[in-house]
Design a protein around this ligand. Sequence first.
Ligand code: 5GP
Ligand code: ZN
Length: 114
Amino acid sequence: MDGCIFCKIGKREIESMVVYEDKDVIVFRDINPQAPVHILVIPKKHVAGLNDITADDQMLAGKLILVAQKVARQEKISESGYRLVINSGEDAGQAVQHLHVHLLGGRRMKWPPG
Ligand code: 5GP
Ligand code: ZN
């Protein structure tokens, strides 16, 4: 989608620290990390957010979690623990309107989240 910053990252039009990529997804380090490991897993296809996932996206949505699992192992936080977060809408603080899964780890997390 025109003007979408994460679509541009997916097409490598904007630079990012990519840690994994395949035909469906791209995974890169968050520019403003909130934990020692803070990585974003996104579909290359533009999906605006959780509310916009359709039945056609079922495989893709599942793949985001499997890729996050793989990258967590790659980052050596599988055993110590990690958290996946998808913010949806204003109350959750979604700032970028392109679906993304935050992979956070490398420190002890608090619950409930702020
Ligand atoms: P949200 O608040 O929408 O769930 O998360 C958006 C995330 O994207 C934030 O953690 C923010 O730091 C990150 N982000 C925004 N713009 C860029 C960018 O241009 N490059 C990278 N690597 N991360 C970005
Ligand atoms: Zn997009």
